[in-house]
Design a protein around this ligand. Structure first.
Ligand code: NAP
Length: 273
């Protein structure tokens, strides 16, 4: 049975992808913080009698140690990993740091994806058509704040998610350089009516409420990305609302990808193991 791991698979686009791959007969492990959502995923799958096997693990992927624990657990469950979806996110209107001392979006939107991608690369490389889906910026989310990766100055609110998207573009660029036999898909889905998990100030909450009404349905976002996940391509692909976009621009600069990789390794080396 092919295997998929989906962070953020308890809600929104991740949950819809989890259901899709269960129906396709995959062994699907979803990861989230919310036990009730995880149980709902398992019981809905049991009720539908899906072809695949659903699994759920609880983890706070904002924490480095939790990502390492989950990567080790994935290796126990799956010697071969066919699909890794990196979709967990949590917005905060006000800057907050994790127990590791990282800004929350940096930790969840970028560092978790770095740790889980690199932490499962060997499992992915054993698959016939290994694919990583990372909800990055696909070149749409602006420059990286190289001298303020932890967003200490002028915390940008919703822009923090965009900054995480730009970091993910460089993560994907460098991952594809290291593992050219893996298909690494960066996806900006546009505005999608999801849970928009997060803690919002009143003005942003009102805006998010409008997005929940105006956004495209989750099913449409899934339909736009599936052809790219089904493609036998390898290397880096960037997708914007279903359309492939060039990866030749500054958002995908290989030198910047290597630079961010080096900085990230230094940050991780500074943490207790
Ligand atoms: N929706 C949009 O309009 C939009 C636009 C651009 C990009 N995107 C990107 O698309 C991806 C999916 O977004 P979405 O809107 O579908 O998501 P969503 O509905 O907001 O759901 C977020 C998911 O992240 C999980 N999560 C939150 N904090 C976590 C933590 N600390 N550890 C582990 N899991 C955690 C949540 O699970 P629990 O509740 O179980 O913790 C939930 O499954 C994200 O990368 C997002 O940035 C979405």
């Amino acid at each position: 049975m092919p295997a998929a791991v989906i962070t953020g698979g308890t809600d929104g686009i991740g949950r819809a992808l989890a259901d899709t791959y269960l129906d396709r007969g995959y062994d699907v492990l979803v990861i989230g913080t919310n036990e009730a959502k995880g149980e709902a995923f398992l019981s809905a799958a049991a009720g539908r009698g899906t072809a695949g096997r659903p699994r759920f693990l609880t983890a706070d992927l904002g924490l480095v140690a939790e990502n390492r624990r989950i990567a080790a657990r994935i290796a126990e469950l799956h010697p071969v990993l066919d699909l890794l979806v990196l979709g967990a996110r949590y917005h905060r209107s006000t800057r907050a740091e994790t127990a590791d001392g990282f800004e929350g979006n940096f930790a969840l939107h970028y560092l978790s994806r770095y740790l889980l991608g690199h932490g499962t690369a060997e499992l992915l490389r054993r698959a016939d058509h290994p694919t990583v889906l990372n909800f990055g910026g696909s070149g749409q989310t602006g420059p990286v704040r190289w001298h303020d990766l932890q967003l200490r100055q002028d915390y940008p609110g919703t822009g923090a998610l965009g900054h995480g998207g730009s970091l993910c573009d460089l993560l994907g660029t460098h991952f594809a350089e290291l593992h050219p036999d893996v298909h690494y898909v960066l996806n900006h889905p546009g505005v999608v009516a999801t849970s928009f998990a997060g803690e919002y100030d009143p003005a942003t909450a009102a805006h998010v409420d409008r997005l929940r009404v105006l956004g495209k349905p989750v099913s449409a976002a899934v339909a736009q990305i599936l052809p790219h996940l089904d493609s036998p391509a390898t290397g880096l692909t960037a997708v914007l609302e279903g359309r492939e976009v060039p990866t030749s621009g500054p958002a995908f600069d290989p030198a910047d990808g290597r630079r961010l990789h080096g900085i990230t390794e230094e940050l991780l080396a500074g943490l207790p193991r």
